[in-house]
Write a protein that binds this ligand. Structure first.
Ligand SMILES: *Cc1c(COP(=O)(O)O)cnc(C)c1O
Length: 364
């Protein structure tokens, strides 16, 4: 989209940013993309200095949750090239989320070009350390001031960006999970498949309770029977048994993760096809007890692959792979990160290069 107006900051915060202590989404780059939807059209696409925006306290998003988002990463490769990972999938999912919440569509080129333009402008913010990355967060919110419960007619779309830490680390114990037998993240007919604020709001209190009980995250079961495995925290989940790999099938209550989709494709190519089906929590518990469950891991853009080391079910702690990251988790992480960083050939056309105009030569 060549019509993006760019207003540059007069004071970069880059030199104050400590790349040895990056969190996740705590430091934001100098600029953000924004555009406004009014009178049935997206207008005024612009890149401006990152900062506060003014909206009415009556903005519909604040009251009734008409708010959707996305998340993807730009990586700087070993070859110094910058790549986005599968932004077409983020676009498709954003449109699915928009449809579910009666929010306006946009063209794919508007979405992808905005991601590329912002990444280009912020190229110096993209970390060089392996595993660190530049997280891009698209967000659409209803800004129309009204207390009527109805779809808004005015919206804002933003893309903000944040340099983020690496996650996978053999020295850090695998995540521990409390199997959630009381609360529900999403129910049949709800919005579990949409990336919307409301799903996250529903997860805050159960997440805090699991942390207070000594676990990192919640393993969500289905909302009707509390029996079938759905997701882990804000990630999709995979289980490797001696003779099979399984992941919950998408049936409306699960977020269709792009890392999930990529993992399924890589497993298939390795001749280890993954079954997508209902997974009774009892199958997992039995697998731990018999030793047939070899490893479990979550998948998501932030962590890429997050090995699971412990499950708490019915008050009993069950260790998975002696609490450590498994071989498959490690090798999938290496392969995915390798593709994202340009070390492993991208045979799927998953990466989108971000043209960087001015290569700055290192001082001699
Ligand atoms: C974003 C998200 C995921 C992971 O999706 P990716 O596209 O792999 O990042 C999984 N579950 C939930 C609830 C999510 O919001």
């Amino acid at each position: 989209m060549s019509n993006i107006t760019i207003t540059r900051t007069t004071k970069s915060r880059l030199s104050e940013t400590d790349y040895d202590n990056l969190g996740f989404g705590q430091q934001f780059s100098d600029h953000m993309f924004q555009m406004e939807y009014r009178d049935g059209q997206w207008r005024d696409p612009a890149i401006v200095p990152f900062g506060d925006v003014s909206i009415s306290p009556a903005a519909l998003a604040l009251h009734y949750g008409q708010s959707v988002f996305e998340g993807l990463k730009a990586y700087r490769g070993v070859d110094d090239k910058v790549r986005l990972f599968r932004p077409d999938m983020n676009y498709q999912r954003l449109m699915t989320s928009c449809e579910r919440l009666c929010m306006p569509r946009m063209d794919e080129s508007t979405f992808v070009d905005a991601l590329i333009a912002l990444t280009q402008l912020e190229v110096d913010w993209i970390p060089r350390k392996r595993g660190q990355s530049f997280y891009l967060r698209p967000l659409m919110v209803a800004t129309e001031p009204s207390l009527q419960v109805r779809p808004a007619e005015q919206f804002m779309f933003f893309i903000m960006a944040s340099p983020v830490r690496e996650f996978f680390d053999e020295n850090i114990p695998a995540v521990s999970l409390k199997v959630e037998q009381e609360f529900t993240r999403a129910a049949p007919g709800g919005m579990g498949y949409a990336k919307t604020a409301g799903n996250y709001a529903a997860a805050i209190n159960p997440g805090q309770k699991s942390i207070a009980a000594g676990y990192d995250q919640v393993l969500w079961l289905d909302g009707r029977d509390h029996r079938y495995v759905e997701e882990v925290g804000q990630m999709n989940i995979f289980f490797r048994f001696t003779d099979r790999i399984v992941t919950p099938e998408l049936r409306g209550t699960i977020l269709p993760g792009i890392t999930r989709d990529s993992t399924i494709a890589l497993l298939k190519e390795r001749g280890m096809p993954c079954e997508e089906r209902l997974i009774d929590i009892q199958e997992i518990v039995d697998g731990v007890k018999s030793g047939e469950l070899l490893e479990a891991f979550g998948t998501g853009t932030a962590a890429v692959i997050a090995p699971v080391g412990k499950l708490n079910f019915n008050g009993e702690d069950l260790l998975v792979n002696a609490g450590a990251a498994g071989d498959l988790s490690q090798s999938l992480y290496d392969e995915l990160l390798g593709i994202q960083q340009g070390e492993v050939e991208d045979t799927h056309g998953w990466t989108v290069p971000v043209p960087i105009e001015t290569a700055v030569a290192a001082p001699a």
